[in-house]
Ligand binder design. Sequence first.
Ligand code: PMP
Length: 419
Amino acid sequence: MPDSNPRPDLFDKAPASPFLRAVHATPVRPYYRPLRARDGEAVVDGRKVVMAGCNDYLGLATDPRVTAAAATALQTYGTSCSGARTLNGTLPLHGELEAAVADFLGTEDAAVVTTGFQANLALAALFGPGDAVFSDTANHASLIDGIRLGAAHRLRYRHADPAHLDRLLADADPAAAKAVVTDGMFSMDGALAPLPAVTAAARRHGARTLVDGAHDIGLLGPAGRGAAELLGVHEQVDLFTGTFSKCFGSTGGFLAGPARVITHLRYTARAILFSASMPPPALAAAMSALEISIDEPWRRHRVLDLASRLRTRLTALGYDAGPAPADPAPPGAPPPPGPVIAVRTGDPADCVRLWQHLLDAGVYTNPVGPPAVPEGSSIIRVTLQATHTDTHVDRIAEAFATARRTPRPADPALARPRQ
Ligand code: PMP
């Protein structure tokens, strides 16, 4: 007889998000696609396409100098340290990379961590009972998780809204030690955090400012130190986190700030204490890429220039591609952002249909839905690299243009042309 009251099985799970369920109802399968990327191109299903969906902004992940450094470290030290930094996972390379990061960012010290995600999880060690943490609602998942792992009171301020932040800070318990936590450049739409107003609000209320520079350190600002440097408030930021997986051609993360804080994190952050350290090839690749990024500023200038040109072209085609350089900026708004271009799309099916059209036209992009973007929204995330040629960018624009020329009725992927 069938069991009339079956017990719940925690393995009975389907994709939880309405976005993924809607995508799976279409024939398009955009995720976990095997691909090989190099120099602004990728091979997908045996076909060469323009790679416009990769965070290797400076084009260093396949640079021969970076791969040679990784190969030498691999031969010298092996594949893994097989342990955490504290006990048996520290090579001279870890200390050298930490010194190089601290030197680059002008901080007293830095700690390297196995991934950028773990760098943000490590922040939990700072967030104790009775403390208060103020977080932008669009912060990266790893920052959200780092805050959740801590014991502090959590408050979310509206995305890029320093006035709301200021009100929350003013209302908070004066006895609480406070931190404001934000991405420097938001990962999905490439917008900059209004760091001058955020750091000013934090200072006014005696809070520390913690900035995740995963997407902007190495890329923005006169010396490439990131969004805070670009916006003139590098010195107002109390602690930086970041990753080697975007501008620095590798994998791994870091925290950079005052020596006493970094020492505290080294000895108390569970994401550092209980995880094997950055492996030798990743360390050497990150070190080499960091040096190249400093020696070759043309890379960041090139990718920013290409992105600004592409954003303008997509906007002219009628796509809603975020703030274009030609748009009059509201007073106090941060300058146009970097190499991440978010093309707003309609429902999930429209999003992945446009993605498939672009792929068929020879351009690989990223279709993104919740939770990476707000509920009810979706984007095609386009990213550029310093190693893209002008022809690559023409091909990206042309692929979007052909989608525009062959619209399906009421295709919301195609926004109305701007007035
Ligand atoms: N912070 C931000 C803003 C990110 O976008 C990411 C990665 N997408 C991370 C942290 C995590 O970095 P990693 O990939 O090195 O774990």
